[in-house]
Design a protein around this ligand. Structure first.
Ligand code: GTP
Ligand code: MG
Length: 476
């Protein structure tokens, strides 16, 4: 798989369905030759004669031509498909590093299908998911972390997620990780030299210097790991489940935070039976908000199943909003939920504060002594929603201000590699401390350096590549 760069690939790069514009991408050694079978420049010139990176007007013809189209064709020709703008990007100065032709035509499925068939029958192969980006990596245009960031850029859920993905795509994480790796590699070289020339009286490494370097590296790796939790949330979104007994206003709160009437709201307890999930930006954080079935004792099998799912959702969530009805005293179901909410992943929210109060702070202090912050809101009026948004942000990302600076790890693959590197460096430091043989120190440092190399792809395997690029869509 790794070496399969000698064929020319093509794919529709725009999403399926109708659109103003549709784009077909062709990349590879024969991109220009193959495109010449379907692209007929209005100027009558050959595609090979086009300057690179310049849009040019062309007609597209169904790829029945056994030889490249030459001369002009008019739009009345029987095999005419569409008018198009065509751009040639000559390698190595293209996204993939190869010769690339992109055809921009009207975004209709039939047009793109005919165009794609024409290109395929002229000798191109349909690209695998992510294959354009994979080629960019294999041709040295991007390292692996940057290639992964291409996908994060496309999938970014909020403005802040996009900023992080773009910084990784520009190579900021890669540079930082490479810097740490090369320090380890230099230390390793000194240790290995010392081992090679053990008989001679030359000192290649000073123990105190090595300890200082390993200490500093450990600090940097730990900081990266800590950034990983926030990073995951920026990339995938945090799951926040709204929980509470029937009728407390869970669906109303979901609607209020979404600013739309997404969930059904009625005065009948037990309205929501299944889990509703919606993505919303809360203070810039991408949040998957889950509206759940009200938790209470019931014999209704549908409701029982809904309640089971509510509890599961809470178990998997980054945060549970325990919603209470401020216009009613605590019920048995409220007590049961509060007893469960002693964990750190719960935030108490008292709803319906626009109505006369029946629920006091003393009641809550008694029912749930370690409850922490309590938010008072009304989902329907609305009151207190900005404070609630801020509280959610504080609970999800206590260190958000600090993590605005510096490099952040957003990808689980990277986190796992950093954990292995950290272990290696820690082990090496302990070995140096107790005076173990240099071989042992070198072995651990090698493990650490290789683990970091996997992030940027200096060290990689076909299996890792397959896994990464399989996540991409076709045409990227
Ligand atoms: N006055 C007032 N009424 C509210 C407020 N929030 C919700 N309600 C009303 O309370 C009733 C129940 O609201 P829902 O949002 O359906 O409650 P729920 O918790 O989703 O209920 P289930 O899905 O049955 O578990 C509806 O009649 C809402 O209009 C509020 O802040 N103030
Ligand atoms: Mg509901």
């Amino acid at each position: 798989m790794l070496g399969a760069l000698d064929d020319t690939i093509c794919a529709i790069a725009t999403p399926p369905g109708e659109g103003g514009i549709g784009i077909l991408r062709i990349s590879g050694l024969r991109a220009l030759d193959i495109a010449s079978h379907v692209v007929c420049l209005r100027s009558g010139k050959s595609l090979h004669a086009l300057p690179t990176h310049r849009l040019t007007l062309a007609d597209l013809c169904a790829g029945t031509a056994s030889s490249p189209i030459t001369g002009t064709r008019n739009a009345c020709a029987p095999n005419f498909i569409d008018e198009a703008l065509v751009v040639v990007m000559k390698g190595p100065h293209s996204f993939t590093g190869e010769d690339v032709v992109e055809v921009q035509c009207h975004g209709g499925p039939v047009i793109l299908d005919q165009l794609c068939r024409g290109v395929l029958s002229s000798g191109a192969r349909l690209a695998d998911p992510g294959e354009f980006t994979k080629r960019a990596f294999l041709n040295g245009r991007l390292d692996l972390a940057q290639a992964e960031a291409v996908l994060d850029t496309i999938r970014a859920k909020t403005a802040r997620s996009l900023t992080l993905a773009q910084s990784q795509r520009r190579g900021e994480l890669s540079r930082y990780v490479e810097e740490i790796r090369s320090e380890l590699v230099v230390a390793l070289a000194h240790i290995e030299a010392a081992l090679d020339f053990a008989e001679e009286d030359i000192s290649f490494v000073r123990q105190d210097e090595l300890m200082r370097l390993l200490g500093a590296t450990l600090h940097k790796l730990r900081r990266l790991l800590q950034s990983g939790r926030d990073g995951r949330i920026w990339r995938e979104g945090a799951a926040v489940a709204i929980l509470g007994r029937p009728n407390v206003g869970k669906s109303s709160l979901l609607n209020a935070l979404l600013r739309s009437d997404r969930a059904i709201v009625t005065a009948i307890p037990g309205t929501t039976r299944d889990i509703l999930e919606e993505l919303v930006s809360i203070e810039g954080i991408p949040v998957r908000l889950l509206d759940t079935a009200g938790i209470r004792m019931t014999d209704d099998p549908v409701e029982v199943e809904g309640i089971r799912r509510s509890r599961l959702a809470w178990g998997d969530a980054d945060l549970g909003l325990i919603l209470l009805d401020g216009s009613q005293p605590l019920s048995e179901s409220d007590h049961a939920l509060l007893a469960e909410s002693e964990s750190v992943r719960a935030l108490l929210v008292v709803n319906k504060c626009d109505l006369p109060r029946q629920l006091s702070r003393d009641d809550l202090d008694r029912a749930c002594p370690g409850h922490g912050e309590i938010l008072e809101i009304s989902a329907t009026v609305p009151i207190g929603l900005d404070e609630l948004r801020k509280a959610i942000r504080r609970r999800l990302m206590p260190g958000m201000l600090e993590s605005n600076e510096g490099v952040l790890v957003t990808n689980l693959r990277h986190t796992v590699a950093i954990e292995r590197a950290l272990q290696g460096v820690d082990q090496a430091r302990q070995s140096v401390e107790v005076g173990h043989a240099g071989e042992l120190v070198a072995m651990d440092l090698r493990i650490a350096a290789d683990a970091l190399g996997e992030i940027t792809g200096v060290i990689t395997t076909d299996e890792i590549l397959e896994r990464i690029f399989a996540e991409f869509c076709i045409g990227k």
